[in-house]
Design a binder for this molecule. Sequence first.
Ligand code: PHE
Length: 353
Amino acid sequence: MSITEQLESLRDDGLAAIAAADSLPLLDAVRVEYLGKKGSLTGILRGLGALPSEERPMAGKVSNDVRVALEAALEVRNATLASAAMEARIGADAVDVTLPGRARPVGSRHLIEQIRVEVVDIFLGLGYKIAEGPEVELDYYNFTALNQPPDHPARSLQDTFYVRDLSGDEAVVEGESDVLLRTHTSPVQMRVMEGRKPPIYILAPGKVYRRDVADPSHLPQFTQIEGLVVDEGITFGDLKGTLDHVCKAIFGPDRRTRFRPHFFPFTEPSAEVDVSCGICSGAGCRFCKGTGWLEILGCGMVDPNVFGYAGIDPERFSGFAFGMGVERIAALKYNIPDLRMLLEGDMRFLRQF
Ligand code: PHE
C-alpha cells in the first residue's frame, strides 16, 4: 500500500470512528487515537522523512489534508455531542412546574396577644406610656400599699400563690410569705407612683396568677391590663369617658357599656364595667347568664390611702385606675364560651382569629 493509500484509509477509518463516537469522552478518545502525540497520523508523519525525496511533497500534502479533514470532522461532531449533552442535562434538571409547592405556614399572633396589642394601641393613641413590674412580687406592693390590710380576704391562700416563707426558704407557711406571684397588675401602680411625680398616664399589661382551678370563666394564669392616671383635677367623669371610649374602640359602636358600683380596697369610689352581651344583644342568654351584660373590668378613683403610701399629696392630685382581663375581652369580643380554649393550643380554633 502506497503512503497515499495508507493516509486515505486512515482518514476514512478516522471519519467513521468520529461519526460512531456517541459521547464526548469517546470522541476525545478517537481524537487521541488519530491525532494525539502517539496517534496513527502522527506516526505516519514521523515516517515521512524516511521516504524517497520525490514522494515527500505529495505525502506531506495528503497527510496535511487528512489532518485538516479529521480536525474539521472532530469539531463538527464535538459541537453536536456537546449540545446533545446540554439538552440532556437541561431535560434532567428541569423544574416540574406542575408539582404542588411546599407549603410554608406563616405564624400569626395568638388571640390573647392580638387583644393585648389592640388595647395597648388604643391607649398609646390617648398618650399613655407603658409601664412594667415583676410577676414575682412583694406582698407590700401586691396588697399592703394597695390599702389591703393583713386580714383582708383577698389575701387568703385560695387566691394567692406564695413563693417564699418569711422565716427562711423552707416550706411556705400559709399567710406568712412576703413574696408571691402577683394576683393583679395593680402593684405596678404603686411602683410607678413611687418612681415619679404626676402627671402620670400609664398602662401596664402583664401576666397575673391566682389559685383558681381552670373553668369556663377562670384561669390560674391570665393577662391583665392595668391603667393609672394621676393628675390635677381628674374626676370620675374622666374615668367614665376614657373607659367608654376604649370599650367602643375594642367592641365596636354597637356594644353598650354600663358602670356598676363595686368595691376595691385601693379605689374609692369603685365600679365594675359591663359590656352588653354580643350573643343576645342584651336580651339575656346562656352566655351572659340571662343578664344581658358581661363584666370586663374593675376601676375606680385612686384611694387617698394609696396616695399616702406613694407619697403623693391627695389634696393636690387625684386619679383613676382600672384593670381589665385580656382573656375575658377576647372571649366577649368573639363570643368564646370557655376561657380554657384560649390556652389549649388547638389550631382549628386559634386559626379563626
Ligand atoms: N386589680 C383589680 C382586680 O384585679 C382590678 C382593678 C384595678 C380595680 C384598678 C380597680 C382599679 O380585680
